[in-house]
Ligand binder design. Sequence first.
Ligand SMILES: Cc1cc2nc3c(=O)[nH]c(=O)nc-3n(C[C@H](O)[C@H](O)[C@H](O)COP(=O)(O)O)c2cc1C
Length: 209
Amino acid sequence: MADTTTSDHFRDLTDLHGIEADCWRLLQAAVHDKSCGWRLPALATCSNGELRQRTLVLRKIDAHSHRIFAHTDARSPKIKSIRSSPNVSWLFYDATRQVQLQLTGIATVHTDGDVADRIWHGEAESSLRGYLAAYVPGSIRPMPESNLPTGVRIRVPDRNELSAARGNFAVISCEVGTADWLLLQPDGNLRARFTYEDSAVSTADWLAP
Ligand SMILES: Cc1cc2nc3c(=O)[nH]c(=O)nc-3n(C[C@H](O)[C@H](O)[C@H](O)COP(=O)(O)O)c2cc1C
């Protein structure tokens, strides 16, 4: 069951390590909680001098290895960008809790292989329908285009139909290197930064907001 109460996170605002742990608890809750703002981060990439940001659904986190996961179309421009320049940044904002999180890290693209296979098989059919898209995402079309085959526009395809989409499915994982947390409060904002090395917190500092 997703954790949705504001008071369940960031209770002790003097405890740096508690705040760091709560960032990962809230990321975990956000994976399942559609009302949590951290479920829809913006992912920023930069390659060949071209900066881009886009909203993605946070699909999974691994709090132990400090990795986060999202899904996308393997043909989309962000994949080429990540492959050539894997340093990325993620921006999360939860308006209910008034808490922002900026993560930076190294992203990896998984298309074939175990990671993508396991996630593909574990996902609901309804979340995989978009990977049946006939055209490369972002390609110019002569008229308005939903990029869904007509047969599945108003119904969820079954696993058999979805097998044609597997080649378009990619997982983006990101090993987090820094986390910058900012809490807005009427009596003064608070900010902290954490860095990670070899799956462990290597520094934890209060910052001036
Ligand atoms: C609320 C919301 C959620 C989205 N979730 C995803 C997602 O999980 N994966 C994805 O590839 N695109 C998602 N998109 C679309 C992306 O923001 C973006 O338009 C698309 O992936 C193409 O990005 P690119 O051209 O930079 O590769 C979402 C858009 C919105 C508005």
